[in-house]
Design a protein around this ligand. Structure first.
Ligand SMILES: [Zn+2]
Length: 290
């Protein structure tokens, strides 16, 4: 009998084009409210795409965003998707003190729960910013009752990465059930390659992602975790002046073909919400710990 392939985690990090980490030095947070707000139309297009593909996903949302777009939060929930937290305003965890992180988590969860009308149990750190510098982050997440985090990129990267972290779900604390589910990497000649979405998915040929997720599902027998952003399917977004060539290249390449690539990805693999994946992986992480 053929063994069933794992169901993968599909996620959207809900932030707008002016909130991305790569532009934070040229776009002041104070100017966010004056910017061309494109998140609703992009999220509605994503909801239509998910409905067409028959998949459920998790929307990791900024508290800042939930406060301004409560109706959109409710549309996401009504369509059967999970709403989880992406922090308040995209401040990276390793740039915060523990007390500021606890406050950021608390205010963003309240804003998201008020807007969406459902409980938040999952967290994704902005720019995968939980790493070896933030050992205090997991105890705070556990204390605030989070069931899972998907906040680690177990690779070497210029903006982020915890290169020695486990590649698959692990329990960071002995005394809590909290599960961390890192974003997907594939192994090639012993090296870890980022294969969980974002710019890599958009810029590289689709065949790379298909190869990587197949490796993880078939050879390693584990679920993949994939993410993208609403602005990545929006070729009409305003162009940011003053950012570095590298940031601009990463941000603007292939925006026009992203939606088609996503449709193919949705068709070719099995997907579900991150909380469903976390519940499955928790059992596995516990079994490994025992
Ligand atoms: Zn983000």
């Amino acid at each position: 009998m053929k063994k069933a392939l794992p169901v993968n985690g599909l996620s959207v990090d809900v932030e707008d084009w002016f909130q991305v980490g790569a532009f934070e030095t040229v776009i002041d947070r104070d100017s966010w409210d004056t910017r061309d707000d494109r998140v609703e139309r992009n999220c509605d297009a994503i909801l239509a795409m998910f409905a067409e593909g028959g998949v459920r996903a998790t929307f990791f949302t900024l508290g800042w965003m939930a406060k301004r777009h409560p109706a959109m939060m409710r549309r996401i929930v009504a369509a059967g998707h999970e709403i989880a937290s992406h922090g308040w305003d995209h401040q990276r965890v390793f740039r915060m003190e523990p007390a500021a992180f606890a406050r950021d988590l608390d205010i963003s969860r309240k804003a998201i729960e008020d807007a969406a009308g459902v409980a938040v149990t999952g967290y994704r750190a902005p720019s995968f910013s939980i790493d070896q510098r933030t050992p205090w982050a997991y105890p705070i997440l556990a204390e605030q009752g989070y069931a899972y985090s998907s906040s680690v990129a177990p690779i070497v990267h210029d903006h982020y990465g915890w290169s020695t972290a486990p590649r698959f779900a692990f329990r960071p604390l002995d005394e809590a059930e909290l599960v961390e589910i890192p974003v997907t990497t594939a192994l090639l000649a012993g090296r870890r390659l980022a294969a969980g979405g974002g710019g890599f998915f958009r810029v590289l040929p689709y065949g790379f992602s298909r190869w990587a997720i197949r490796q993880v599902n078939r050879r390693e027998g584990r679920p993949a975790v994939f993410y993208f952003h609403p602005w990545e399917i929006d070729p009409g977004q305003p162009r940011v002046e003053g950012a570095s060539m590298k940031s601009k290249l990463r941000h603007y390449t292939n925006l026009d073909v992203m939606a088609d690539k996503l449709r193919q990805l949705i068709r070719e693999f099995a997907w579900d919400r991150m909380d469903v994946l976390a519940a499955q992986e928790a059992g596995r992480a516990l079994a490994l710990a025992a």
